[in-house]
Design a protein around this ligand. Structure first.
Ligand SMILES: NC(=O)c1ccc[n+]([C@@H]2O[C@H](COP(=O)([O-])OP(=O)(O)OC[C@H]3O[C@@H](n4cnc5c(N)ncnc54)[C@H](OP(=O)(O)O)[C@@H]3O)[C@@H](O)[C@H]2O)c1
Length: 293
């Protein structure tokens, strides 16, 4: 699959391996290292983690143990809400780099918007970029108003915005706005959410009759249909999969193509349904959660 060009000239693999809650929430041990090594062997080179996920150490160990050069990977991590602010951001990034055993990350994201802190946080990220510790700067869960605020002072433009996005939450207006600003959309919980959220499988979009019928037609899994729907619209996807079969399937999207009507039929499944937090309301809850040491 072809890499996507970002607005700073860097290229990013469109299929990322999501690492949140491999095993259990914030698990950081040999099981996580082995799972990530299996993903690397399956072909993943783009990995998404966060200081909050508590597993940056395992990701760093797996990258080292793979024997593959660091430059072959695209590594994304995130700054948690409690870590925002100028000095706090500088410190948080250093701590992430130590846990990852890396000199730089390819992309550093603000995990959630905290508008009163965005300017100071972004200025620290620009400094980290100048020092070579961050190759690209990005956003997660930013609304149109948050992006507009950021663009009013940013010297470096964000390359992408990572959003909860799946067939039950298509975020069309926000995607349109990001496209107009040359900011790529990246989809978290692309299949509708992981086991960290106890949603029964039959309530997720992978069980939706429209998706299941398309999976049958193309002889692929329901997950592959959803990921292909994203990829064909220029979005990045980051499914998390612990089972090797899912890992491999999620990378195998080149041998079929959805037509315009099929893409539209998936767009119509939108219910504006969030499985995860809402940037309008989640701030207090997020501030109550600390990043593990
Ligand atoms: N920025 C943010 O605020 C934010 C928030 C949440 C998540 N994220 C990122 O998004 C990533 C993915 O999110 P997520 O883990 O919540 O949800 P997800 O990737 O949508 O769903 C993961 C679940 O789907 C299953 N699965 C994987 N591939 C499948 C397939 N082809 N067919 C059917 N089922 C499949 C997995 O099973 P198995 O594991 O058993 O294979 C797992 O139970 C996270 O790891 C994280 O990197 C970001």
């Amino acid at each position: 699959m072809q890499n996507i060009e970002l607005n700073n000239g860097m290229f990013i693999p469109p299929i990322c391996y999501g690492t949140c809650a491999i095993g259990q929430w914030q698990q950081d041990d040999d099981y996580v290292v082995e799972t990530i090594l299996t993903a690397i062997k399956a072909g993943y080179r783009h990995f998404d983690t966060a200081s909050l996920y508590g597993n940056e150490r395992s990701l760093g160990k797996a990258i080292k143990a793979s024997g593959i050069a660091r430059e072959e990977f695209f590594i994304v991590t995130k700054l948690w809400d409690t870590q925002q602010g100028f000095q706090q951001t500088l410190q948080a990034c250093e701590e992430s780099l130590v846990r990852l055993q890396m000199d730089y990350v390819d992309l550093y994201l603000i995990h959630w918007p905290v508008p009163q802190k965005t300017q100071a946080t972004w200025q620290a990220m620009e400094q980290l970029h100048e020092q070579g510790k961050i190759r690209a700067l990005g956003l997660s869960n930013f609304r149109e108003s948050d992006i507009t605020q950021l663009l009013s002072f940013a010297n470096i433009k964000p390359v992408y915005n990572q959003l909860e996005l799946h067939p039950y939450l298509t975020q069309e207006a926000l995607c349109q706005f990001c496209n107009e600003q040359d900011i790529i959309v990246s989809c978290w919980s692309p299949l509708g959410t992981g086991t960290w959220n106890e949603v029964p499988v039959n309530e997720k979009p992978i069980a939706d009759p429209t998706i299941v019928a398309l999976a049958k037609k193309y002889n692929v899994s329901a997950g592959q249909i959803i990921l292909k729907w994203d990829i064909q619209q220029g979005r990045i996807v980051m499914p998390k999969a612990e089972s090797e079969i899912n890992m491999r399937n999620n990378l195998a999207l080149d041998h079929f193509e959805l037509d315009e009507q099929e893409l539209a039929s998936i767009n119509r499944l939108n219910k504006n349904h969030r499985y995860g937090g809402d940037p309008d309301t989640t701030y207090a809850d997020n501030m109550a959660i600390d990043v593990p040491a």
